[in-house]
Design a binder for this molecule. Structure first.
Ligand SMILES: [Zn+2]
Length: 236
């Protein structure tokens, strides 16, 4: 019996490794999705920054065009100064020219402010692009690693599964059935060690007399609380 229990214990160890591997396999698509989301976020940010820059550039061009038109108008008004007949007309024209020039000064000021803004935003935009490039490169490397890991994990799991099945094939059918049922019902853990009178599967105390029996590994003993098969190994 001791030999069979030990075999089950070893099969359980492999079982646990298989579960860990499967857990890792489940994590892989999640990780890939997270990476993709992060990239999308940065790309969206860049797109927004680009739109704002374009909007401001458009506004700047519009103002510059306005400015050109106004300057042209002022030139014409200045030419007109030579043709006016009365002082009153002359003064009125001068006033018109003056206020047009003042308006132009304000527009020029606006253009400068816009140019400053655009320059700052372009810097942000370039920084974001560098960030995106870096992220893309990192993601590429990580994706390749995850895919490689997944492939080798598949192989490892297949190998472990064969090992486990080989071990299970050499125990009695009764034990194998008990093992399989418990594995299904107890989250993949059918066999568990005991330490200091405590079942390591459910952390419940085992009656002292039963614990002594368990440490002998001479018979099939199941935890009174979780039903798992108990096996005693001091250093494991
Ligand atoms: Zn238990």
């Amino acid at each position: 019996m001791e030999r069979e229990l030990e075999t089950l214990f070893e099969a359980q160890k492999i079982e646990t490794m298989i579960m860990e591997g499967e857990q890792k396999l489940l994590q892989a698509p999640k990780k890939l999705r997270q990476m993709e989301d992060q990239l999308t976020e940065v790309r969206d940010k860049i797109e927004k920054e680009k739109e704002i820059v374009e909007e401001l550039e458009k506004e700047r061009r519009k103002k510059e065009k306005e400015l050109e038109g106004e300057k042209e108008k002022i030139k014409k008004l200045e030419v007109k100064l030579y043709d006016v007949k009365t002082n009153k007309e002359y003064q009125a024209l001068l006033k018109e020219i003056e206020s047009a020039k003042e308006a132009n000064d304000r527009t020029e000021e606006d253009v400068l402010v816009l140019m400053d803004k655009v320059e700052d935003l372009k810097k942000d935009y370039e920084t974001s692009q560098v960030e995106l490039k870096r992220l893309e490169k990192e993601s590429e490397i990580e994706r390749a690693e995850i895919e490689k890991e997944t492939r080798s994990m598949d192989e490892v799991i297949a190998k472990l599964t064969t090992e486990r099945d080989n071990l299970l094939s050499i125990v009695s059918e009764n034990l194998r059935t008990t093992y399989n049922i418990l594995r299904e019902k107890r989250g993949g853990i059918a066999v568990t060690n005991v330490r200091n009178g405590v079942c390591l599967g459910c952390n419940m105390n085992i009656p002292p007399q039963l614990f002594i029996e368990v440490t002998k590994n001479k018979q099939l003993i199941q935890c009174p609380s979780c039903n798992r098969i108990l096996f005693f190994r001091e250093d494991d």
